[in-house]
Every structure is written in structure tokens, then in C-alpha cells.
Unconditional design. Structure first.
Length: 483
């Protein structure tokens, strides 16, 4: 009697992302066991795409586990949070030592750390995998950022590298990131950079329209041209596509009939919260999150503000000004660089805190294809960190430092222009403030620390002595060293 065929990997949770990853695996020659809480989704996938490769249909988690070769690899693709824990709890009693549970959703990295630790005590591997590229990427090749143990990657890595996007040099956009929650942390920061990237593009769009007078169709051509410069990236490319679309119902540019309220699913917020906890200044990312929150403010509040709040703006005198359009392009590039610099600095800090030993050049290489923030500048980022090189900040790398020096006057002019015209440009301006904050010889934090010591005896350091000090700011104003 012939031995029953076993699957190399199982997928439970067959919504669009789970289904597309399963299809991607099957297209690459891997036998995939399918499971969904409602078997109708399993049958629908098989009916529509069953000819794309070898699938094994299962109705229960026990059947899924029984259908897999050892060590078993099971990819969970359900909503982050309690649903992931529920599936894990059902799977654990069915598994053997060294089996691998993979979470491919956008889970919060502390949850991944907790789950990995708990399953390791049971002899099981838990791998948090960041997957970027959306539905299309999941099917045709995403950027993949796996965490977990190095041993688990020996078994799982070849499958993930097989289905990942490939850079122009053929390198898979997948590599082991680090232990426990490292993969999901890197994906979270990726998404934070993505928030900032989209926001600065939006700010450029608004300035080009309201100051330079470029309508969406004209801007589509402008962004397409910009995509041939150092701004070349997926998001710039699709911006050109979005801006040229015309609404069939009204004949207006489609962007004009889309409600101006941007949604978010939490990863940008997590990035900012984590940055605050570890003391990383991700101002560009934070402002992009707040900009989305402001856009979603109750419509009635924004309408009342338009009627009651003064503008105090300067008259427009730069319509059609090619020099200003180039200024916006340069400011956009500088602001994008700051977002990447802040994200990478956050990764560096977290790597030290969690003992992940993150390789920033490797991480940049994973973002070259498949993911949302893929961009030409990632090649220069890889070079900046190649062979263990480690500039204290990405902006210090010569390739970027020299460009910013050239583009800085444009950046400043754009921020001033936006302010005088009453056009919000929170990431353009906060990125410039971050840049200036880095380079200033003295910051006003000295006064802040004086105030803190005055009202709360929080102490301060001196520039000319070691230790901490406290001043009795009223009375005899004497200073005492506290340590």
C-alpha cells in the first residue's frame, strides 16, 4: 500500500492573505495543507485555484496536523490578538517536539515574545513572521521578515525564501532577523516608515496643487518623472497612477471624490508607542500617525473650524513656478530620508535592548522588492551599513549627508512656504526640526531640565563636572551635588 502523501506546510486561516500565501507556496512546488474554521473557504479556494499546485484539504486542526511531514510547519493567518492565541491553544496538544508554529499576521511584537517563550518551554518553535506587500505580494512574492530561533529557520527558511520577492540581483527578500519578536518588530517599524512615506507624499501633493497650481493629472506626470530620480520607489510609482484616475460618475479626478479621512490598523501607533518606551525620536513617523488621526476628526468639527478659525495666509505668487516644484521634490527626498533614518535608529536601539543583533544592511536588503516601502535609496542604505559599518545615524553616511547639504535650502523654503500659506506639512517640518535638533550645538533642553529641578528636584548634570546636581532655586540658591 502506497504511503500517504504529506504536506510540507499547513496554512490555517484562508482569508485573502492566507489564501494567497498558500497559493504562492503551491505554485513553487510545495504541497500545502489547507484549513479554515469554515470549510466553505477551503472549498472555495480549491474550486477556484486548486489547479495551481498540490493541496491537501482538511476540515479539522487534527486533520491538518496529521497531513504534515515532520517537523510540522503550520502557518497561522488569522486576526492578530486573541484569535492567534486561540489557534495556538488548540494546536499545542496536537503537536510534537520541534514542530513549528508560524504567525504571519501583524501581531504586536511583545505578544510574539510571550508566545515564543511559552512554546519553547513545551519544546515547540514559535516564529513571528513579518510579511509585507499586501495581497499582491503574498501571491507573487512578498518581503518576509522571520524571527524565532535559528534552528527553526533551518527548516522553515528555505520555504520562505522560495516564495519571497527577489531583488534585481536575484537575492531573496527574506532572511532570519533574530530571536523571539525580532521579525514582527522589524515589520512594525517598516510599517511606521510606510506611514511617514505616504504622509510626505501627501504633503508634496497638497503643496504642488495649492501653491504650484498643478492639478492631479499634471501631478501624475510630475510624480512619474520624479520616479526616474533618486525618489524612485513603489509609492511614488503608484502615486502617479492614483492621481491620473478619473471618476467615471462625476468626471472629476478620483482623488477629489475620496473622503479625506485616512484609516489605520495599528502598526504605526505601535511604532510610536514603542519608540516612546525606548526613547527613540521617531518624530516623522509620529507626525504621520497624528496626521491620520486629525484627518479622521469628526467632520462637523472640521467644518466648524473652516468657518470660525482665521487663516492669516500670504497670497499665492508661485503658481507654475518650476523652481518651487523642484524645491518640493528635494524636500520630499530629505523628509523620506529622515523617516528611514529614524526607523533604522529605532531598530538599532531595540537590537541592543533585546539582544537581537539586528543587521541593518540585511534588513534594508529585504525591503528592496515585494514590500510597500521598496525604493532605490535602499541600495545606498545597504552600502552605508555594509560589512558591519555603523554610522551613528543614517544621515551621517556620506551618500546622504552630501545630498542633504545640497537640498537643504529647498527643504527650508518649502517648510516656510507651507507655513505662510497655511498648508499643514507636519512631516516636512518635523523632519527638518529633527535634522536641526541633531546638528545644533546647544538645545533648549537645558532650560527644561532647570525647570524640572525647580519644581520637582529632578536634578541635572553639568557640562564641567561629573555627577548630578540640585539647586535650591529660591532662598539662598545654593547648589548641592547629589551623586
Amino acid at each position: 500500500m502506497a504511503e500517504e502523501k504529506k504536506a510540507q506546510i499547513g496554512v490555517t486561516g484562508l482569508a485573502v492573505m492566507g489564501a494567497n500565501l498558500a497559493r504562492n507556496l503551491a505554485r513553487h512546488g510545495h504541497t500545502v495543507a489547507l484549513h479554515n474554521r469554515s470549510v466553505e473557504k477551503t472549498d472555495a479556494l480549491l474550486a477556484e485555484h486548486g489547479d495551481e499546485g498540490d493541496f491537501i484539504r482538511t476540515e479539522t486542526l487534527q486533520e491538518l496536523v496529521d497531513s504534515l511531514e515532520k517537523p510540522r510547519r503550520i502557518l497561522i493567518m488569522v486576526k492578530a490578538g486573541a484569535p492567534v492565541d486561540a489557534v495556538i491553544d488548540q494546536l499545542v496538544p496536537l503537536l510534537d517536539a520541534d514542530d513549528i508554529i508560524i504567525d504571519g499576521g501583524n501581531s504586536h511584537f511583545p505578544d510574539t515574545i510571550r508566545r515564543e517563550s511559552a512554546l519553547a518551554e513545551k519544546g515547540l518553535h514559535f516564529v513571528g513572521v513579518g510579511v509585507s506587500g499586501g495581497e499582491e505580494g503574498a501571491l507573487n512574492g512578498p518581503s518576509i521578515m522571520p524571527g524565532g530561533s535559528a534552528k527553526s529557520y533551518e527548516s522553515l527558511g528555505p520555504l520562505l525564501e522560495d516564495i519571497s520577492a527577489k531583488a534585481d540581483d536575484g537575492t531573496p527578500c527574506c532572511a532570519w532577523i533574530g530571536t523571539d519578536g525580532a521579525g514582527h518588530f522589524v515589520k512594525m517599524v517598516h510599517n511606521g516608515i510606510e506611514y511617514a512615506d505616504m504622509q510626505v507624499i501627501g504633503e508634496a501633493y497638497e503643496l504642488l496643487r495649492d501653491v504650484a497650481g498643478l492639478e492631479p493629472a499634471e501631478q501624475s506626470k510630475t510624480f512619474a518623472d520624479w520616479n526616474q530620480t533618486e525618489l524612485s520607489s513603489y509609492l511614488i510609482e503608484i502615486t502617479a497612477e492614483v492621481l491620473k484616475q478619473v471618476d467615471a460618475k462625476t468626471g472629476k479626478p478620483l482623488v477629489d471624490v475620496v473622503v479625506d479621512a485616512a484609516g489605520m490598523k495599528g502598526t504605526g501607533t505601535w511604532t510610536v508607542m514603542s519608540a516612546l518606551e525606548q526613547g527613540s525620536a521617531v518624530t516623522a513617523i509620529a507626525e504621520s500617525v497624528f496626521a491620520r488621526a486629525l484627518s479622521s476628526t469628526e467632520r462637523e468639527t472640521r467644518l466648524e473650524a473652516q468657518e470660525t478659525l482665521a487663516a492669516g495666509v500670504r497670497e499665492n505668487d508661485t503658481v507654475g513656478d518650476e523652481a518651487f516644484i523642484e524645491d518640493v521634490r528635494r524636500a520630499l527626498y530629505c523628509s523620506k530620508l529622515v523617516a528611514y533614518a529614524q526607523g533604522l535608529d529605532m531598530l538599532r536601539t531595540a537590537s541592543e535592548e533585546h539582544g537581537w543583533d539586528l543587521k541593518l544592511d540585511v534588513i534594508a536588503s529585504l525591503w528592496r522588492a515585494g514590500c510597500i516601502i521598496r525604493a532605490e535609496l535602499l541600495q545606498d542604505i545597504m552600502a552605508a551599513y555594509k560589512d558591519g559599518a555603523s554610522p551613528r545615524n543614517l544621515l551621517f553616511a556620506p551618500a546622504f549627508r552630501d545630498v542633504i547639504e545640497e537640498y537643504l535650502p529647498s527643504w527650508r523654503r518649502v517648510v516656510v512656504e507651507a507655513t505662510e500659506r497655511g498648508i499643514p506639512a507636519p512631516v516636512f517640518s518635523s523632519s527638518l526640526a529633527y535634522y536641526d535638533g541633531l546638528r545644533r550645538p546647544r538645545l533648549n533642553a537645558a532650560l527644561t531640565q532647570g525647570l524640572r529641578d525647580y519644581f520637582g528636584a529632578h536634578t541635572y548634570g553639568r557640562i564641567d563636572a561629573e555627577g548630578t546636581f540640585h539647586t535650591l532655586w529660591s532662598g539662598d540658591r545654593s547648589e548641592v551635588q547629589t551623586s
